[in-house]
Design a protein around this ligand. Structure first.
Ligand SMILES: [Ca+2]
Length: 456
């Protein structure tokens, strides 16, 4: 069954459309692209046939050559104009539509289009030159198409691997029964710490998004700092970062600590830490600018997006099961290795082998291909923190509170959410439902982030 629909106007771009078709077939497979209207069976209603075909397609490509807009206007009143019918059907079905502009053809303006096709003018186009850049341009088109197709992993300009998270529904937060169970399992935990996880409620994620399969690494963050000359808050303020003080055996602010020196040894493959929410947002903005041409926008995941991806279909307390001891199989958490060195941490009995951070991807991925969603380092989310947000949040794509509800001091700073537990986090933190918060400028040697992205 075709995954891609290649629409073109015979009078305008048949030759180059054929070349694009050959490349796409070669890449996506011989049956993956619907191309030739000559293959419409005789005697069927064209419109119905196109609609049924599009319902199986993941992406619609509209090849636009120099005469395309003129032709479509000639055909404006022509109910038999196949190109118009195809694009109308694709827009109506909400399919991703990518305009493919040939050579120097400009994007038709809204005024150039019949009303039923006006929305085409807002789509992010890809240019394909017929000359020596042809293969390079089609390569970029393939990247754009791949975003919209399920399954396959993508690699970005920093070498990060991203996976597409499909729309779906899940139960966000915890039930009273789950919190009762947690209290029995973890005597050191307080019930009130979990009140912000209630009520458990259904959330519908209606749009796909990309999520980094790993936490952002020291090496990737270094590229950002070198290219953008960004100074992290820990360095700028000269106040350093919170971190674990081995001598005092306590979490202390230390002027010497920052992402380059968090107080323990890190290679370029370890997750970056001691970065504030503001630093993480600056990283995403820099990467968005870097990949602007590809129409990809990076940001931190929203709380709902994060929890949906962390659960990957699970409703268990610790994702893998309801037994905290199972955490050592899937994550770097506060474990026997940490306990042996610092006896004052609350730790599980199991041993994951790491005292501090582990190189990203040291543990198996979850069913959706994501590593370290639990443990290693806490991950900043985009949302402001509101302990009562779940009581009134919308079911579809909850955007997070519009303003921070929780204030530390009167008129003082508000909090941003971070999630997932860490190398220093006891089992209670290492749950998909657990919610934590810091002021956006705060940094800590157990907190990092991963990126989410959307594609135009
Ligand atoms: Ca550990």
């Amino acid at each position: 069954m075709a995954k891609l629909f290649l629409s073109y106007r015979r009078e305008d771009s048949a030759g180059v459309a054929g070349r694009i078709y050959d490349r796409l077939r070669g890449y996506f497979g011989p049956d993956a692209v619907f191309f030739n209207v000559d293959s419409v069976p005789l005697g069927v209603d064209f419109q119905e046939y196109i609609e049924s075909l599009l319902s199986h397609c993941g992406v619609f490509l509209a090849v636009i050559g120099p005469d395309w807009a003129g032709q479509i206007n000639t055909g404006r009143d022509n109910p038999e104009d196949w190109v118009r019918i195809e694009i109308e059907a694709a827009l109506k079905q909400g399919l991703p539509v990518i305009p493919v502009l040939i050579d120097h053809t400009g994007m038709p303006s809204e005024a150039d289009l019949p009303p039923s096709l006006v929305r085409l003018a807002c789509r992010h186009a890809v240019r394909v030159d017929q000359g020596r850049d042809f293969h390079h341009h089609v390569g970029q088109l393939i990247k754009r198409i791949e975003f919209h197709l399920p399954g396959k992993e993508r690699t970005n300009s920093l070498g990060m691997t991203l996976v597409r998270i499909e729309p779906g529904s899940f139960l966000m937060g915890s039930t009273k029964e789950q919190i009762d169970q947690l209290m029995r399992l973890l005597p050191e935990w307080e019930r009130e710490w979990c009140e912000d996880e209630r009520p458990q409620h259904r959330v519908d994620i209606t749009r796909p998004y990309l999520l980094g399969i790993h936490q952002v690494t020291v090496g990737q963050f270094r590229r950002f700092v070198e290219e953008s000359r960004h100074q992290t808050e820990a360095e700028k303020a000269g106040k350093g970062s919170f971190g674990w003080d081995e001598k005092r055996r306590a979490w202390e602010i230390d002027p010497a600590k920052n992402w380059r020196n968090p107080g323990f040894s890190q290679t370029d493959d370890h997750p970056v830490v001691c970065v504030s929410h503001n630093d993480a947002v600056a990283f995403c903005e820099w990467l968005s600018t870097k990949e602007k041409k590809e129409g990809r926008t990076y940001r931190l995941p929203g709380e709902a997006e994060w929890e949906y991806a962390c659960r990957a279909g699970s409703n268990a307390l610790f994702v893998i099961s309801n037994d905290p001891e199972d955490l050592a199989k899937i994550a770097n958490v506060a474990d026997a290795s940490l306990k042996q060195k610092f006896s004052n941490f609350d730790c599980i009995k199991g041993d994951d082998g790491f005292v501090y951070t582990a190189p990203v991807g040291s543990f198996a991925p979850n069913p959706w291909g994501l590593h370290d969603m639990i443990g290693n380092v806490w991950e900043w989310c985009a949302d402001w923190y509101d302990s009562k947000y779940y009581a009134s949040s919308p079911a579809a794509d909850p955007p997070g509170p519009s303003r921070a509800w929780y204030r530390v001091f009167r008129g003082g700073s508000s909090y941003r959410v971070f999630r997932g537990g860490s190398w220093g986090g006891d089992a209670g933190y290492c749950r998909p439902a657990d919610r934590n918060r810091f002021a956006p400028g705060r940094r800590n040697s157990a907190v990092g982030f991963r990126v989410a992205a959307v594609q135009e």
